[in-house]
Structures are given as C-alpha cells and as structure tokens.
Write a protein that binds this ligand. Structure first.
Ligand code: ZN
Length: 279
C-alpha cells in the first residue's frame, strides 16, 4: 500500500483507511496547517477543535455514527451517546491510528493531547485495554513508554521528597548525626590514647639510652618531637657531650632552635663546645 501521501487516507475514505494510521496523520497535518491549538490541557480553548476532529475521525474509521457535539469536553461529549461497543470500536480505531503514526509525531503536543484523552482506556472510556500493550513495538508505543517512565520518576522523586520531610526521616537523620558525632569523638579519644602510648614508649626507650646516644636521637630522629621529651631526659653535663660528633652537634643546635630551659642550656653547651673545637 502506498502511504507516501497521507491525504490518500482521508477520514471520509472508508475503503482504504480502516486500521491504517494514514487517516490520523492526515488529521494531524490538517490541524497543523490550520494552526489549531493542540496544547495538552490548554486552559484557554481546551484544544476542543483538535480533539473533536480526532475523535470524529476515529469514530468514522470505526464506522460509528457520531451524535451531535454535546456540551461537555471531548471526548466525553462525543462518546457519551454511543453504545459501549461503538465506544470500544472508536477507541480501538484511534489506537490503530496511533500504531501507524510515523515517529516524528511522537514529540508533538498533538500526540500528547491524544494520549491524555485516551489513557487509561478503562477509566476514561470503559474499554478494557492496556494502551502500552496495544502500542507496543510502535513509535507511538515507545513514546508512551518514555512518558510513563518520566511520570514514574517524577512521582518517585515527589514521594522521596515527601519521605525526606517526614518526622521519622528528620529523626532518623538526627540519630545518624548523633551516631557519627559519637564515633568521631571515640576515634579522637583512641587516637589521643594511642599518641600518649607512643610517647610513653618513646620516652621509655630514651631513658634506656646512654646520654650521647640520646643526643644523637634528638639530632637525627625526625619522628621524635623534642617538645614531648621530659626535661630530666635532656643531658646537662659537659661530659655527656664528649662522644658527640661535630655534624650531630650542629644538627642538634638547629633542632633545638630557640627553645628555653634545659634545651637552652644544652644549646649553649653545644655552642660552647663547637667554638672551643674550632679555636
Ligand atoms: Zn488552546
């Protein structure tokens, strides 16, 4: 069948158009050319002209004689006078039209408006039919699936936001925060304890060392914090310096820096010794 010219299947051509999508595309093209409003849920005109044209054409496809337009919105005013079998035939004709619709119509307002008028068929028209199943495997079906997926994610997001704001969720977030705080606190405590243990261990090791070896640890061990060394471990006798190498003494003076007290005394002794050596 040649479908190159959709106008071949005008709505009033029952021989060629039954169950073919050409008639629907023809109505869509007419609506576009005539600049009818096809906006979904249009609050100005309700898209009445367009929707009446669609449903009238679908009824004609089904061989159903439409009554005069009623006073309510389409499709209700059109289908209200029909028997249930006529209504079903009309809905099925429109769905058949959608099945034949080329993919480029899938993103249009007209397509959305038709879907809004149709779906769900059982609730809107009393026709037991699942639109997604009926349109499966067609461009219209694909488009419908994407729309449903989008609606689902919007609903899920809305539900998630509502759940987030619930008193239970707020209390749960507080509980988690308290727990994290307590954990961080105990972590800090155990770190401090660990540091203290390390320090005691280091001091115990220093105590066991002879004075000149302790001095060389002070000068060369980068892991050793001089401020953690208790004063009684700082050698203060000239005799303790006898075995110290010159380079070690220089490094130690640099590390002691401007510290006062026992450290200051040690620095002055080291200075004195270096001067005496160079004389
Ligand atoms: Zn409008």
């Amino acid at each position: 069948m040649d479908v190159g010219d959709p106008r071949r299947f005008r709505v009033d051509d029952p021989m060629t158009s039954r169950d073919s999508g050409g008639w629907l595309e023809a109505v869509l093209v007419d609506a576009r050319d005539a600049r009818w409003c096809t906006r979904p849920y249009c609050t100005t005109c309700g898209g009445l002209q367009f929707r009446r044209a669609i449903w009238t054409a679908a009824a004609r496809q089904a061989g159903v004689e439409m009554a005069q337009f009623g006073s309510t919105c389409p499709p209700h005013d059109l289908v209200e006078g029909l028997t249930s079998s006529e209504r079903e035939a009309t809905v099925r004709a429109l769905v058949a039209g959608l099945r034949q619709l080329p993919p480029e119509w899938g993103d249009t307002e007209s397509f959305r408006t038709i879907i809004i008028d149709l779906d769900p068929p059982l609730m809107k028209h009393g026709v037991l039919m699942d639109l997604a199943t009926e349109l499966a495997g067609t461009p219209a079906g694909e488009r419908l699936a994407r729309r449903k997926e989008h609606e689902r994610s919007v609903r899920a997001e809305r539900a998630r936001r509502a759940a987030d704001a619930s008193p239970e969720a707020v209390e749960e977030r507080r509980r988690v925060k308290r727990l994290e705080k307590a954990r961080a606190h105990s972590l800090r405590q155990s770190r401090t304890r660990r540091r203290n243990e390390d320090r005691l261990e280091m001091l115990a090791a220093l105590v066991r060392l002879p004075a000149f070896e302790r001095l060389s640890r002070f000068a060369t061990d980068p892991a050793l914090n001089l401020d953690c060394v208790s004063p009684e471990l700082i050698p203060d006798q000239e005799g303790d310096l006898v075995d110290l190498e010159r380079a070690t003494a220089v490094a130690l003076i640099a590390r002691i820096g401007r510290r006062k007290g026992r450290w200051g005394r040690l620095r002055r002794m080291l200075d004195h010794r270096l001067r005496a050596e160079s004389e």
